[in-house]
Design a protein around this ligand. Structure first.
Ligand code: BGC
Length: 958
């Protein structure tokens, strides 16, 4: 038995974070034991555990919960605590290594002042980027030293000439008008006895650079002055404590950074290193009460890549191809002569083989380096780029790709999920969504990382959050976003702004976007099993629904949401007006559906938190909304009045249809899809749920059809065009590779990457339990894989909060199904085997009579362990053709086409336009039309023949 992944608030050994009431979590693995019989948690002030300050003692059973153990402890400021756990199973036990966390200043007052450069005109009017510095003498070697620091807009900290820590773009991006994050760094190894110099370079960043929606025209949204506060605390080997804080004795020097901006990039003149332009500083009036310990995860270089190729374009440009649309920057080595200017420009796509970046709109996304003649390793300090291609000019010699390294920069989160299938294009699609997450998880969840936007768009965040929680350990990242969301709402009467942080964008309160307030915390709770997120966000969740209810009450208390601005089914393809971005599903229907869904989530969260009154109130409100929706949008015989894919999908996913009409709604969705030639018409709202609804309502095969479509519009259309991330639009590029528009067209926009949530949940079947009874975080899972002949096999692995789950399936040569499942220690799973008959399965090579038959499914309850389950399914899992198969599918398969053409020769002569006109019609659909005549005998003759797809060529089976 081994105890691994010890985390505090889901962060490994957090230094200086806001901890509130900490949650401790860990994973137990590598043991034949299935359940925890006892556990013990110990907290101490030293790594040897001599000064224990809390000991749970050995607690029998699972009361000490590895998903979130939250003992009642009181913490002191600036203190490191060590903790460990012991876990017992039936036959083994283990003790973990020690983990630690260290508190920040908590409520302690600062012995430092906010300072800003002052005393020379260029500094006073902010024309120069400054370095604020101070030299100091330590009379003895440091035993222990910390710095608590915040610099505005961004800061880069050096001690004695070395960068401190491995984080970039500090102090990160948050609602700066309401709180300012300070970081804590360990300085011990940087200090020497004698003279030391601390230097902090400042850049513009999100705080005071150009940053805002739609054009990014605004600068200084949060402030217009560079500013710094830091407090250094050193304990010397002599035992003496020294405190050094920013004050008016610091100096400002001109920085080599001439310009910096998130959107536009950076200009660096190496000749200015050590410049003599200096001036003093003065205190600046920033409320120190706004300073709070950090919640942002560290933003680090998490991967490095070498250029895949150096291109010489038809236009004569030299362009590095990184082989992957990525976010961060390119670092290079140079010894260019003094005064040489090296210029990099970043772009996502080539056009006509040439460098291109019109779709970045006004973002310049460039970097200029003016050399000083010395060899240097160069990268920007205060910006980042979303790019695959880098155009290099001014390189003084033949360009050697070895001199360049792509730095992939995002918030440090473990990658915990993986999917693989028999189809390489699907595998690429999965990777594209993962890259979309890496690229858009740079401190805040952004819509896109490249153009003049890069904002925490709430809708995009909400839609991708399930997929994100599978791919990466996202809880701490989202907890910080949720914290900002709550603060922004508190300023706006519960309304969620369009983007979080709100920057200076007006408005908000749009359905599906604002519902990030409820959906995000619920997802984080379900995935990671820690109620702390619901506690933190409950007020935000509740006030969002109250905001909608107030809008409803102001328009007649209809229990529908019919007012305000909504983004609708953003970018859906079914709007009657081709210019419209809002899609074809009426906004009031979408808004009312989310009104219901969010109200339900608030009721559920209240119940989990033991808040009985709100639980009852919001559940009753949800009931009223549902009744109003049914009255308004369903005919008395159950027809949904909204005839769009997204309309049906929301009705089914959110359970809006009257129970007795559910099957009709499913039927009508399928009919709609057939009318749409089994292609997506959905936008941001319908897409995340479409395949999930199909797989869970008896139309799993159609979910696979949509997944595997390769022509526009489809996910694989982009893959076929070489996409390495998810695009903003279904047709961001035209089939010939030209960009479809420039106004709003990002090639790294993760919203449609939400399909990977279906891959985990339905294709491979991994689901957390609903969480309503307080058991979730995959402690209890529902594993319901849904294979389809269109893929021969698929495999997911997911290191959940409870430990590693694996779920793989394969369809064998003879159509038999096999599943390989792993369930971690102290977890259990309800396993749903499709088309399985009681007594017909074997588990780990043994025939088994286990399970409960539920229709065509067989339900097993499995404890921790590894299982291989095989059986012959009760219906064929091979591709079969019949007269009910769409004709377009028959003609795509040579063997099927030959069989049918043998009976019905005209099939061989249908041209593309005739086939297109038939849509999804089958031979039987067409038999009664004036266009094709077929006798019942001919149709029956064809139906006597079908064959397997996976084992081609093979015998025909009747
Ligand atoms: C963003 C989106 C966002 C949308 C809302 C766009 O500019 O990039 O992804 O959700 O605006 O209208």
């Amino acid at each position: 038995m081994k105890i691994t992944h010890l985390k505090t608030n889901r962060i490994e050994n957090p230094l200086g974070f806001a901890l509130d009431r900490p949650s401790f979590s860990w994973i137990v693995e590598d043991t034949p034991d299935q359940v925890q019989t006892a556990a013990q948690f110990i907290l101490a002030q030293d790594p040897e555990f001599q000064q224990v300050i809390f000991d749970s003692g050995r607690e029998e059973g699972s009361r000490i919960d590895s998903l979130a153990y939250r003992p009642d402890i009181h913490l002191a400021p600036r203190t490191r605590y060590y903790w460990k756990v012991r876990v017992w199973g039936k036959t083994e036990h283990a003790e973990s290594a020690a983990a630690w966390f260290e508190t920040a200043k908590m409520d302690e007052a600062w012995q430092a002042q906010w300072i800003t450069p002052w005393g020379a005109p260029d500094f006073e009017d902010n024309a120069l980027h400054p370095i604020l510095s101070k030299s100091f003498v330590l009379p003895a070697q440091a035993l222990n030293a910390r710095i608590y620091i915040c610099g505005l807009g961004l800061y880069h900290l050096e001690l004695n000439g070395d960068k401190v820590g491995n984080e970039y773009l500090t102090p990160y991006c948050n609602a700066y008008d309401q709180w300012l994050q300070y970081q804590t760094f360990d300085l011990t190894g940087h200090l020497v006895a004698g003279e030391n110099r601390i230097a902090v370079m400042l850049g513009n960043g999100w705080y005071k650079g150009r940053y805002c929606g739609h054009g990014g025209q605004h600068s200084n949204v949060y402030g217009d002055r560079f500013a710094l506060i830091c407090e250094v605390r050193v304990i010397l080997q002599t035992g003496e404590e020294l405190v050094l804080g920013t004050d008016d004795a610091w100096t400002a020097t001109r920085s080599p950074v001439l310009a910096s901006d998130i959107y536009d990039g950076e200009i660096y003149d190496a000749r200015l290193v050590g410049a003599s332009d200096t001036c003093g500083v003065k205190p600046i009036d920033i409320d120190p009460g706004k300073l709070q310990a950090r919640r942002s995860l560290p933003v680090c270089i998490n991967e490095e890549r070498k250029p895949a190729a150096v291109l010489h374009t038809p236009a004569g440009e030299t362009v590095l191809d990184m082989g992957q649309n990525m976010v961060g920057w390119v670092r290079f080595r140079t010894s260019a002569p003094a005064g040489a200017e090296i210029h990099l420009q970043y772009g996502e796509v080539l056009q006509g083989g040439n460098f291109y970046r019109e779709n970045l709109r006004s973002a310049k996304a460039e970097y200029t380096y003016i050399a000083d003649g010395r060899e240097a390793i160069v990268q920007p300090y205060f910006t980042f780029y979303g790019f695959r291609y880098v155009k290099v000019t001014g390189w003084p010699s033949e360009l050697n790709p070895d001199d360049f390294t792509g730095c992939v920069v995002y918030s440090k989160m473990d990658i915990i999920g993986d999917i693989q299938t028999a189809n390489e294009k699907v595998n690429r699609l999965f990777q594209n969504a993962l890259w979309g997450q890496k690229g858009n998880f740079l401190d805040i969840p952004t819509d896109c990382p490249q153009r003049d936007e890069r904002l925490g768009w709430t809708g995009d965040t909400q839609m991708f959050s399930g997929a994100a929680c599978f791919n990466m350990e996202s809880s701490a990242f989202y907890a910080k976003f949720g914290y900002d969301c709550g603060l922004e709402q508190a300023k706006r009467g519960g309304m969620v702004p369009m983007v979080v942080p709100a920057v200076d964008m007006a408005g908000g309160g749009s359905s599906a976007w604002g519902d990030v307030a409820t959906i995000l915390p619920w997802n984080v709770y379900e995935f990671y099993g820690d109620k702390a997120i619901l506690e933190q966000q409950f007020e935000s969740m509740r006030s969002w629904v109250d905001f909608i209810k107030a809008a409803d009450d102001a328009t007649g208390s209809k229990r529908l949401w019919t007012s305000g601005f909504h983004f609708g089914d953003w970018l859906a393809l079914d709007a009657s007006d081709p210019e419209s971005r809002l899609g074809g599903t009426p906004e009031d229907f979408i808004a009312s559906a989310y009104y219901y869904y969010s109200t339900r989530l608030v009721a559920r969260a209240a119940a989990v938190l033991g808040k009985t009154e709100p639980a009852t109130y919001y559940s009753a409100l949800a009931g009223e909304i549902k009744a109003a929706i049914q009255k308004e949008y369903f005919t008395p015989t159950g027809r949904l009045a909204i005839n769009t894919q997204t309309g049906f999908v929301l009705a089914l996913f959110m359970n809006l249809a009257p129970e007795e009409f559910r099957s009709r709604v499913i039927h009508d969705l399928i009919f709609r899809l057939r009318k749409d030639k089994l292609h997506l018409r959905t936008g941001f709202v319908g897409t995340p749920y479409l395949c999930r609804v199909l797989s869970n309502h008896g139309a799993n095969d159609l979910a696979y059809r949509l997944l595997l479509n390769e022509d526009y519009p489809s996910w694989l259309y982009a893959v076929n065009l070489g996409a390495t991330t998810i695009w903003e639009r279904w047709n961001s590029l035209n089939p010939d590779g030209t960009i479809s528009s420039t106004g709003m067209n990002s090639l790294n926009h993760y919203a449609y990457g939400s399909i990977v949530e279906w891959m985990y949940r339905d294709m491979c079947g991994l689901n957390p339990s609903s969480g309503d009874d307080g058991v979730t975080g995959f402690r209890r899972a529902r594993i319901a894989p849904k294979p389809d002949h269109a893929l021969q096999w698929a495999r997911a692995s997911y290191r959940s909060a409870a430990g590693l789950f694996e779920s793989a399936w394969r369809i064998g040569e003879q159509g038999e199904l096999s599943f390989e499942l792993t369930i971690p220690f102290n977890a259990e799973a309800q396993v749903v085997l499709p088309d399985a008959a009681l007594g017909e399965i074997s588990i780990n090579g043994q025939k088994s009579a286990e399970g409960t038959q539920q229709g065509s499914d067989l339900i097993l309850h499995l404890a921790a362990g590894t299982y291989r389950i095989t059986y012959q399914p009760t219906r064929p899992y091979r591709k079969t053709f019949s007269t009910r198969t769409p004709i377009v599918q028959i003609v795509q398969d040579e063997q099927a086409k030959a069989i049918v053409a043998g009976v019905f020769p005209i099939l061989g002569t249908l041209d593309d336009s005739m086939l297109a006109a038939m849509g999804e019609a089958s031979l039987r659909d067409m038999a009664n039309t004036p266009f094709l005549s077929m006798t019942p005998e001919q149709l029956d003759e064809i139906d006597t023949v079908s064959y397997t797809h996976l084992t081609l060529p093979t015998k025909r089976i009747v």
